[in-house]
Design a protein around this ligand. Structure first.
Ligand SMILES: NC(=O)c1ccc[n+]([C@@H]2O[C@H](COP(=O)([O-])OP(=O)(O)OC[C@H]3O[C@@H](n4cnc5c(N)ncnc54)[C@H](OP(=O)(O)O)[C@@H]3O)[C@@H](O)[C@H]2O)c1
Length: 266
């Protein structure tokens, strides 16, 4: 977790989608450690409650509000906005983190899977931007941070829907950054490589099953794609989200920052 204090994040209202586990959980904890108020959302109330509990135990000032929302349903995103605004005010930092990454070959992929991936990763991100941006614009300050992936810039086999969705998220990031440039709102993407979360481990297990190799062997392959020969810790992604929300990043918008141990250099 970040050791640097970012004074201006104290009291800021942050919303993290997919905040109940993995990278989203780490992002929620990192902002809470800065004294921000954090709304954690996702579909599973129990995991959201667990993270809120962890946050409240960080210290007396750490505030967390766990609210369920399926980001593929615009009405749920709109009612989330109404609820948050009523209880805490307008969201100032939106972290679009919720995402799915099922692995399957293009020809075997069911049409419904394609639609689901685009709906969560792209349309869900779009809905959240559409619903939460006006509150930021109204106050003349805001941050949108989209958790994309290195596959927003390059392609890997057997994740065509995921790759397509993340390329599109990067396109949306850049287009929005331009439209928001004079409003005080910045829009950036973080592009992690393989991160040590359930999402990665599920794909490692699946690949092990399909190839008949051991899980440890596949994990070694995943690590080996990074010049640093390791998985990224979720906290490393969280630290970059905090940095992008700081005053130091006022001039950064439309950027896509890789956190991948040097695997992708574009
Ligand atoms: N792990 C990696 O190697 C890696 C690398 C690059 C980028 N990323 C990106 O980082 C983000 C987080 O990944 P992760 O590894 O932390 O994955 P994870 O552990 O599987 O967590 C995904 C989160 O998304 C939420 N979610 C999924 N569908 C949702 C929906 N329809 N509405 C609301 N929330 C939803 C899940 O919560 P519920 O199931 O409770 O709804 C969960 O909290 C994703 O966008 C992923 O593409 C991950």
């Amino acid at each position: 977790m970040s050791t640097t204090d970012v004074e201006e994040l104290k009291g800021k209202l942050v919303l993290v989608t997919g905040g109940g586990r993995g990278i989203g959980r780490s992002i929620a904890l990192a902002f809470a450690a800065q004294g921000s108020r954090v709304v954690i959302t996702g579909r599973n109330q129990a995991t959201l409650d667990d993270v809120a509990y962890e946050i409240r135990h960080l210290g007396a000032k750490a505030k967390a509000l766990p609210l369920p929302c399926d980001i593929t349903r615009k009405q749920e995103v709109e009612s989330l906005n109404r609820e948050v605004t009523r209880r805490l005010g307008a969201v100032q930092i939106l972290v679009n983190n919720a995402g799915i990454a099922p692995a399957v070959s293009f020809l075997e992929m069911d049409d419904r899977l394609w639609e689901e991936v685009l709906k969560v990763n792209l349309t869900g991100t779009y809905y959240c931007c559409k619903v939460f941006l006006p509150g930021m614009i109204a106050t003349g300050w805001g941050r949108v941070i989209n958790i994309a992936s290195t596959v927003a810039k390059v392609a890997y086999s057997h994740i065509s829907a995921y790759t397509t969705s993340k390329h599109a998220v990067l396109g949306l990031t850049r287009a929005l950054a331009l439209e928001m440039a004079r409003t005080g709102v910045t829009v950036n993407a973080i592009c992690p490589g393989y991160v040590d979360t359930e999402l990665t481990l599920n794909n490692v297990r699946l690949m092990a099953e399909k190839t008949g190799k051991r899980v440890e062997e596949i994990l070694k392959l995943f690590k080996g794609t990074s010049p640093q020969n390791r998985l990224i810790a979720p906290e490393e992604v969280a630290d970059v989200a905090v940095m992008l929300s700081s005053k130091a990043a006022d001039g950064m918008t439309g950027q896509a920052i890789n956190v991948d141990g040097g695997a992708v250099m574009v």
